[in-house]
Design a protein around this ligand. Structure first.
Ligand SMILES: Cc1cc2nc3c(=O)[nH]c(=O)nc-3n(C[C@H](O)[C@H](O)[C@H](O)COP(=O)(O)OP(=O)(O)OC[C@H]3O[C@@H](n4cnc5c(N)ncnc54)[C@H](O)[C@@H]3O)c2cc1C
Length: 492
């Protein structure tokens, strides 16, 4: 039913998917008010600065920039600046036995590097990456760009074609088992198994479908925004303002109330015909949306979380690049520690991101800003103080060993983000980085839908609902959600 006066909508949460939904709704002529409990926008794409060091506190890897550009030019105007560079070296890898490998984006250089450093046959790399591309082509349009909870998705020829080719996607195989068959060197297996962590999953449990993830980096490309990761949400916020979106910061919504087919937030006397919830779905269902949403516990297994140390380092390391990985010696044990024992292994794989390698003013001269992250379990009654100090010791020993320097002595400033703090700050249930994990082959179908089946006008976006976590998928969730709204309300 087409209404003459603009629809009035509320978006609860200004994470990246909340911002993207607000932009899309506003560009459709819908009036939008965004409610955000924090004093600023962006959710997990946070910022921390001290003594000349600047840190992006959340995501560090940027893929699929076109999804951002689509939003910034949605009204045909190119009136917000946002620049980024493509990476030639995606990541540097370090093993304790001094093996070092650079993951080049160029396929030929990558194959040469695998051959020289790991003795891996070039055709194994080709075979794996071609298969990854094929998985992407089969799954992308159906599993990521459309709602899996609408009959119309299944009635499309494209969907049928994808289902006919489903055996090629690896749904019924385990990722690690499949990778063991593809490569000869255990280090190559570890290298490609790591991609399960890109959505907080366990390569020893998750389906081989996750082997689609390398295609995003090696097939489409990895990038870095010239002004840092936070500039992604800076640009989206600026665009939202230009489109007339209103923001209410430091405004935590405690209850969403529905009466006579309109919604009210807390005690405000404003009626909203539609609401997009960007709060983690499990948190929302136990809090502000308690009377409107139920999440079945047996459908919800949180993804892994992370423990991050932000260190200002008073030295430059020539052997390090923007993204660096120091692998654990026993990868399987590390994942068992995270997912079975709910702890952090004493030899964790360490990720070090240094944005000052690209953006010099992120650290004082001759210094570097280190974002040091290990995968961690979701919150399950751990003694975090103890676990944080033990893990810090283990990280310092491992990095000092690998780099031949006493790293502790080089730390000038420090800030820490733990799973509990991620939960407290952003509302991510149990501190999960990516909503629910993809350890189960049915995960894609078990993720919450982008709309409410029971309440007209209630919609969901963000990393905890379909199609899942990570910047690109969150941006797709906003597109799927607003496409459904467009269809439900016959807007344009
Ligand atoms: C340390 C870390 C590293 C990561 N690395 C990467 C990476 O390299 N690449 C990548 O693509 N992804 C990465 N991710 C995942 C990515 O950040 C998330 O998937 C994505 O940002 C989630 O966005 P979202 O829209 O779901 O909302 P969120 O960012 O979760 O934001 C939700 C918003 O809702 C607000 N809110 C909650 N409750 C209320 C309430 N009651 N009332 C009002 N507002 C409320 C919160 O304050 C918050 O602003 C990482 C995440 C973290 C934490």
């Amino acid at each position: 039913m087409k209404s003459s006066k603009p629809l009035n909508s509320a978006v609860i949460g200004s994470g990246i998917a909340g911002l993207a939904s607000a932009i899309r709704l506003a560009s459709m002529g819908v009036k939008v008010t965004v409610y955000e409990k924090s004093p600023t926008y962006g959710g997990k794409l946070g910022l921390w600065q001290r003594d000349g060091y600047r840190f992006d506190t959340g995501p560090s890897l940027f893929t699929m920039p076109d999804y951002v550009i689509d939003l910034l030019t949605i009204d045909g105007l190119n009136n917000v600046s946002f620049d980024y560079d493509e990476l030639d070296v995606l990541c540097n890898y370090f093993w304790e036995d001094k093996t070092r490998l650079s993951a080049f984006s160029d396929r030929e250089k990558l194959k040469q590097e695998f051959k020289e450093k790991l003795g891996e046959k070039p055709e194994n790399i080709d075979h794996f990456l071609n298969d990854s591309r094929q998985k992407y082509q089969i799954t992308n349009h159906v599993f990521l760009e459309k709602s899996l909870h609408k009959l119309s998705t299944y009635l499309r020829w494209e969907t049928l074609k994808s289902f006919l080719r489903i055996s090629k996607v690896g749904v019924f195989k385990k990722m690690h088992v499949e990778n063991m068959k593809q490569f000869t060197n255990p280090k190559s297996i570890q290298f490609f198994d790591r991609y399960a962590t890109y959505n907080g999953s366990n390569p020893y449990e998750s389906p081989a479908t996750l082997n689609v993830i390398p295609h995003y980096e090696f097939g489409i490309g990895a990038y870095f925004p010239k002004k840092g990761m936070r500039s992604i949400v800076d640009a989206l916020y600026e665009k939202a303002l230009k489109l007339g979106v209103q923001f209410k910061f430091s405004t935590e919504i405690n209850q969403l109330i529905k009466s006579d087919n309109v919604y009210k937030v807390d005690n405000e006397d404003v009626n909203y015909e539609l609401v997009v919830c960007n709060i983690d779905i499990a948190t929302a269902s136990q809090g502000p949306l308690k009377s409107l949403v139920k999440v079945q516990n047996n459908h919800y297994s949180p993804s892994s979380s992370a423990l991050i140390f932000y260190w200002g380092i008073k030295k430059e390391f020539k052997e390090l690049d923007l993204h660096n990985i120091f692998f654990s010696a026993n990868y399987q044990r590390e994942f068992e520690s995270i997912f079975k024992r709910h702890t952090i292994d004493n030899d964790p794989t360490i990720y070090v991101q240094i944005s000052s390698k690209f953006k010099k003013n992120d650290a004082p001269s001759e210094c570097e800003n280190w974002f040091v992250m290990v995968n961690a379990p979701y919150v399950e009654g751990q003694d975090w103080n103890n676990l944080i100090s033990e893990t810090k010791k283990n990280i310092l020993m491992k990095l000092s060993r690998s780099l031949g320097e006493n790293i502790q002595e080089l730390i000038e400033v420090e800030h820490i983000l733990s799973p509990q703090l991620i939960w407290d700050k952003t509302g991510s249930y149990k501190g999960a980085l990516y909503g629910s994990s993809s350890n189960n082959r049915m995960s894609a179908f078990l993720r919450h839908s982008n709309f409410s089946r029971h309440h007209k006008g209630l919609y969901f976006c963000g990393g905890s609902v379909h199609p899942g976590g990570g910047i690109p998928l969150c941006l797709l969730s906003a597109k799927i959600t607003t496409d459904i709204i467009n269809n439900d309300f016959k807007i344009c």
